[in-house]
Design a protein around this ligand. Sequence first.
Ligand SMILES: [Zn+2]
Ligand SMILES: [Zn+2]
Length: 222
Amino acid sequence: MKERASVVVEEYLQVIYSLLSEEKPIKAVNLTKRLKSSPSTVHATLSRLQRDRMVKIDDKKEITLTAQGLAKAEKLTRRHRLVESFLCNTLGISWHEVHHHAHILEHGLTPLVEEKLAEFLGFPDACPHGTPMPGEHNRLPENTNSLDGFIVGDEIEIINIGEVLEESIELLKFLQEKHIKPGKRHHIREKTEVTKTIVLGSKHGTATLPYDIASKIGAIKC
Ligand SMILES: [Zn+2]
Ligand SMILES: [Zn+2]
């Protein structure tokens, strides 16, 4: 197993990569929130990443990845999504739990094991939550919209559950119970501006989601 420090660096690179794919620009405070860590810890780790030329921090304190930081983050992210696929599709571990287990397991994988795993899984193009593997060719369908962007009556198919939502096992469990998973179809039953909630309906029943969660779930109109 790797020493703790390099595990931390790997986690930061993945989180920075994930945040950059969701929102730009990002600052240290975004990391503090996402990692539920203290500002001083985040600051110390960012300095280390900067020293190792993995991240750049500009005058406005905005964080970006250097070319080598990006390459490393993509590799780590791919590995994470592969491990999730293995745990979910091969070992049959619940969809809502695999992120948590992958997070612990992934740091111990050698490049050979990772390569063999990818081959064994048939080179999946997305993780079980629908987020594409890093790389040019793997993208969400062009017409993907966030759930809160649809209107009442729209028939939709879920494409992906935003990575930030994977952090909550309870939320993923709820989404699983409500069949809000990639490939599942629903229709928009209600949208209520006052409460900022959206109600989905399907043959499995209804589910109410607040806009801030709906905005992190991708879907297409069918
Ligand atoms: Zn994950
Ligand atoms: Zn995932």
